[in-house]
Write a protein that binds this ligand. Structure first.
Ligand code: SIN
Ligand code: FE
Length: 292
């Protein structure tokens, strides 16, 4: 489930056999775990280890490096706004260095997406079941279809009080697909175009996105499944980092406060073994293409 990798520095040069193994393990649904990879905060950044700047309406504080845009925040002075951006930009740069060094097969194909800072205690967060990440799920987002691309995330626990981030990790994607795919109805003709037209989705919701989103919702809605599905608790201590493809690995965040996360998108064709992607797994089971 966890593939441990020794590194203390975000710019560590890895041996080719570690790079190959890390890529294989990741594509097979394991979590790359870097137990000694801390992200040490600068003096200015420690100021943000508080909940007061998170907008209560959103789960996370988000930053987009390319657009230099920060959202999900409140009560920031202009200078704090700039400092928080610099903090998240620094993490996004470190995460990018790590991925380049550890997963060089993906270089040139990865697209850098959102950086997020999660200052809210997970166990205190109240939300509808669909938004409740304490329930096992694979990642899929109603307004942001990813059209088959892999979701690769780099997390780092920066909790200053010694608190672990505690996850549950569920059964392999193939099992999840076998369990939930038969319950999901085909998308209606024209529905995706309507969602786009009404600006409910930011891009076209392909049949792949339809099935992934339905799997996400059905997993979270099923209390029996949440209790009985094969699962294991995993703890990520402060000062550790982990890399996971959250569209593939069934996960639930149960407890913890103060984590940084960088998202990347990866085209399926850039994988060493595209057959392992959720897209190919679903297409094989449904015997038809799901991206059009
Ligand atoms: C999630 O992706 O469901 C939440 C992960 C986390 O914040 O630890
Ligand atoms: Fe998730």
């Amino acid at each position: 489930m966890l593939f441990p990798i020794a590194a203390k520095d975000w710019n560590t040069a890895f041996a080719p056999d570690i790079q190959t193994k890390a890529t294989q393990r990741l594509e097979n649904g394991q979590i790359l775990f870097l137990p000694e990879l801390a992200f040490s905060l600068l003096q200015d950044e420690k100021h943000f280890l508080s909940t007061q700047h998170a907008d209560p309406k959103t789960k996370n504080i988000s930053y987009h490096a390319e657009r230099d845009k920060l959202w999900g925040v409140q009560r920031l002075t202009d200078s704090e706004h700039a400092q928080l951006k610099a903090f998240l930009s620094r993490y996004s740069h470190y995460a990018n260095c790590l991925i380049k060094q550890l997963l060089p097969h993906y270089t040139g194909h990865l697209v850098m997406a959102r950086t997020s800072f999660r200052p809210i205690q997970v166990s205190d967060r109240k939300s509808s079941y669909r938004k409740d990440d304490k329930r096992l799920h694979v990642d899929a987002f109603p307004s942001a279809p990813n059209q088959g691309k892999r979701i690769l995330r780099v997390f780092c626990n920066i909790n200053p009080n010694g608190e672990d981030r505690i996850w549950r990790v569920g059964e392999p994607f193939e099992k999840v697909a076998d369990r939930f795919l038969p319950e999901i109805k085909k998308p209606w003709q024209g529905y995706a175009r309507l969602l786009r037209l009404l600006k409910i989705t930011k891009s076209y919701r392909t049949p792949y996105d339809h099935y992934m989103l339905n799997m996400h919702d059905k997993m979270k809605a099923d209390d029996d499944y949440q209790r009985k599905a094969n699962q294991q608790e995993v703890r990520f201590p402060p000062g550790s980092a982990w890399i996971v493809q959250t569209d593939h690995v069934s996960h639930a965040a149960m407890q913890g406060q103060y984590v940084l996360e960088q998202t990347f998108y990866l085209p399926v064709e850039a994988m060493q073994d595209p057959a392992l992607s959720p897209l190919k797994v679903l297409e094989k089971r449904l015997s038809r293409p799901l991206i059009y």
